[in-house]
Design a binder for this molecule. Structure first.
Ligand code: ADP
Length: 454
């Protein structure tokens, strides 16, 4: 793991007085960093071994509610502790904060010290280990799309999330002039993340006013998920430092383009790409075709992990570059899965289903599991879709609502087998709760539509 600081190097920096704060963070179900800010002396003397947190952190929602129905924790069981065990291979500077470093923690059971099965990092590690047993390593890249707004988070919240003004006035796709105007956020973002050890490739304007994309070079799956999580966190903090808000909501306005997080995937062995085969017309190996077949066949069952909220499903619409069908195609952005780099050694599959709100550990874990299943069962890949995939009436739909995705998740014997029954039940409850919370709300739309006219 390429953390950029060894524990010994950290101890030296603390002794010199250049580091005074250590952020010890776990990744929650929503893909957020949660944890504590340690005085660095305490961390290097004792807390580097372990610290503790309330176990509701992996059974809550975006607003830190305490929903019922989770077997792992409850008011009945008294909401006890988990162990947060710093992964000392992930110590890295946080260059946008003074004197601060960060370490990611694994989440362990308080009594047995075994990994908590529904913790996102543990879920991804499990699938990486299964793949390793087959002799392969996964290389992944997750794109980060988000919007920057003129106003700050505080101003927007106090204004009731109305009158949001994107930081630019027009579609800024690949636009250098407009993105120059946003360099007060984007330049420190690229440079600070690079200094934190993330292999930043580039940022670019995206296809809507105020929309940005950040690309990080592909890397081993766990690193990729760590990078994504740290980068998403940095986007919000650096935007905040500059007096702006950044949002990863997949669809913040019905008339604006949504934000996604495409996931590029390839399998390697001993440092060599195994998806490549010079004899095939597209340069793909049999291994790649089996992997893709699994990925596509199980997509409806794992969509929840790519689109975990009610809002996530507002993104899936015809003619928007967000897919609606679980088909694949060659370098065609209308399908759920796109073959990229055909005929080159960079040949890979890009899943286009995920929204900018996905948790990268969960998304990668379920897609690896589906790909492994495709390999194990030698699943046949159907021919590619050509033309506009939105119009393919015979193709399987991506679940269109959180409710539908919750039911495919609940009923997935495949996911219950590979993730564990308890894990699927846990996330099904999280999905149900999200829907229950939404169903209680009377929306502005209903009032405006029916108040007088109904
Ligand atoms: P695009 O034009 O779609 O943005 P890029 O060439 O920028 O395509 O690549 C998109 C992402 O795919 C990048 O983050 C890159 O690191 C990643 N990528 C490139 N090759 C591979 C590979 N073999 N496996 C996984 N990801 C890869």
């Amino acid at each position: 793991m390429p953390g950029t600081l060894t524990f010994d190097a950290l101890k030296k920096l603390v002794k010199e007085g250049s580091v005074d704060t250590v952020l010890a963070c776990l990744v929650d179900m929503q893909g957020r960093l949660m944890g504590k800010r340690f005085h660095a002396v305490n961390f290097v003397e004792t807390s580097y071994k372990e610290t503790h947190c309330c176990n509701y952190l992996l059974a809550t929602d975006l607003e830190m509610a305490t929903p019922d129905g989770f077997a792992s924790t409850s008011w009945q069981s008294g909401y006890g502790d988990y162990v947060m065990q710093p992964d000392l291979d992930t110590i890295r500077p946080v260059p946008w904060l003074d004197g601060t470093v960060m370490v990611l923690c694994d989440v362990l059971d308080h009594d047995t010290h075994s990994p908590v099965p529904h913790s996102p990092r543990a879920m991804l590690k499990k699938q990486i280990a299964r793949l390793k047993e087959l002799g392969f390593d996964a290389m992944m890249a997750t794109e980060l799309e988000f919007f920057l707004f003129e106003q700050s988070f505080d101003a927007i919240r106090k204004g009731g999330y109305r009158d949001l003004t994107p930081i630019s006035g027009y579609n800024e796709d690949y636009n250098i002039l407009q993105t120059t105007k946003e360099e007060n956020v984007m330049r420190p973002l690229r440079n600070h993340l690079f200094a934190a050890g993330l292999p930043i490739e580039n940022s670019k304007g995206e296809a809507e006013a105020g929309q940005e994309e950040l690309n990080i070079r592909y890397s081993a799956a766990l690193d990729c998920a760590d990078y994504h999580t740290i980068a998403k966190h940095a986007v919000k903090e650096i935007a905040w430092q500059q007096g702006h808000a950044a949002s990863f909501l997949p669809k913040w306005h019905k008339d604006r383009v949504g934000s996604s997080s495409h996931v590029h995937q390839s399998l390697w062995k001993d440092g060599k790409p195994m998806f490549v085969d010079g004899d095939d017309a597209l340069g793909t190996s049999e291994l790649m075709r089996h992997y893709m077949a699994g990925l596509i066949a199980y997509a409806p069952e794992y969509t929840y992990f790519l689109a975990p909220y009610v809002n996530s499903y507002k993104r899936f619409a015809k003619g928007t570059f967000a897919p609606t069908k679980t088909v694949w195609s060659v370098d065609n952005r209308t399908a759920g899965f796109r073959l990229c780099g055909a005929g080159t050694k960079g040949v890979r599959v890009e899943c286009r289903i995920g929204g900018s709100d996905l948790n990268p550990y969960l998304a990668q874990a379920v897609m690896l599991a589906a790909g492994i299943k495709g390999i194990e069962d030698k699943m046949e890949l159907a021919p590619p879709t050509r033309g506009d995939a939105y119009g393919k009436s015979d193709a399987v739909d991506i679940p269109q609502t959180l409710r539908a995705a919750t039911e495919t998740l609940r009923g997935s014997t495949f996911l219950r087998e590979v993730l564990g029954d308890d894990v699927v039940t846990h996330y099904t409850r999280a999905a149900e709760w999200e829907q229950e919370e939404f169903d209680r709300v009377v929306t502005d739309w209903e009032i405006a539509r029916g108040f007088e006219r109904a």
